[in-house]
Design a protein around this ligand. Structure first.
Ligand code: NCD
Length: 311
């Protein structure tokens, strides 16, 4: 992908250049007053978003819908495939062909890795990947980058410690690859069985970075500028016994944060289970709720650019 995003599929963070990411974040900055409802916009009036969620979602689905609504557009689709012809056995290709005819842009979340790329082949309208199995989650990454940029005054040079399920967590696959484009320092903290897959490490190393691998949060927390916490992805474990071995492996609480830099921020794509104790919510470190709000301006920027509004 190069230059304008108009008409483009958004499938993987690898599809973007650093300049394109910066351009999206700049447009997102301008969207904030509209995202908050302080200003009105009719930019996407008459445009329709087809929203297909084959997996559960709260923030991604609702913030896409909020983004489209705030820009004057409308959304149709389903939030679980049970109520659609998917339950009768319709293929993804056929469902996509239909929604392609009913809408101007398609947002797809699906349990299979590669589903968004496949959907892009069957749709003429742009397809945006809202998470494909344990693959990628590029729009989450854009809002994560937006949050880091706003909260830390920039992305470059920050030490980002990513902790939790790095094997199955799609948000951290996209995020770590994006951070490598910005030259952030990366540390991956996970139980050995849930460490970052080699494929992603190789990609990061190809950008000239050498991520540190650790299984001890205590060792690295004091040096972090950003602590990005993730949920163990229970639904992706082939064997429930394997899940039980690692469930609750890392829990961040207020006491542990005494070791952290004063201005270190804690992020999480949410939903959280027990990885972040609620006693962290009231500290100056917590940024996960601001991060969740940032999904709205960032997705407004993307929809606007993909549909050919702002450049
Ligand atoms: C994440 C996802 O669906 O990958 N949630 C989100 O989109 N904010 C993270 C998760 O489910 O753990």
């Amino acid at each position: 992908m190069s230059g304008s995003l108009k008409g483009s599929d958004i499938v993987s963070i690898r599809d973007f250049s650093r300049e394109q990411i910066e351009q999206i974040l700049n447009v997102a900055d301008k969207m904030v007053p509209v995202a908050k409802g302080e200003e009105k916009s009719t930019e996407l009036e008459g445009r329709v978003l087809g929203s297909l969620f084959y997996e559960p979602s709260t923030r991604t689905r609702l913030s896409f819908e909020a983004a489209m609504t705030r820009l004057g557009g409308r959304t149709l689709g389903f939030d679980e495939p049970k109520g659609s012809s998917v339950a009768k056995g319709e293929t993804l290709a056929d469902t996509i062909r239909m929604v392609d005819a009913y809408s101007d842009v398609i947002v797809l979340r699906h349990p299979q890795e590669g589903a968004a790329r496949l959907a892009g082949h069957f749709a003429e309208k742009p397809v945006i990947n809202a998470g494909d199995g344990a693959g990628q989650h590029p729009t989450q990454t854009l809002l994560d980058l937006f949050t880091i940029r706003n909260e830390k005054g920039g992305i470059d040079g920050n030490h980002v410690v990513i902790v939790g399920d790095l094997k199955y967590g799609r948000t951290v696959h996209s995020l770590s690859e994006a951070l490598s484009m910005f030259g952030a320092k990366l540390t991956f903290v996970a139980p050995p069985t849930l460490q970052m897959p080699k494929e992603h490490i190789k990609h990061i190393e190809s950008k000239g970075l050498k991520p540190k691998i650790s299984n001890s949060l205590d060792e690295v927390i004091g040096d972090a500028d950003v602590l990005y916490v993730t949920r163990i992805q229970k639904e992706r474990f082939p064997d429930p016994a394997e899940y039980r071995k690692v469930a609750g492996a890392f829990t961040i609480n207020r006491t542990m944060l005494r070791e952290a830099k004063k201005d270190m921020i804690v992020m999480h794509p949410l939903p959280r289970m027990n990885e972040i104790n609620p006693d962290v919510d009231g500290t100056d470190h917590a940024r996960y709720f601001v991060q969740a709000f940032n999904g709205v301006p960032v997705r407004m920027a993307l929809l606007s650019m993909v549909l050919g509004g702002m450049e």
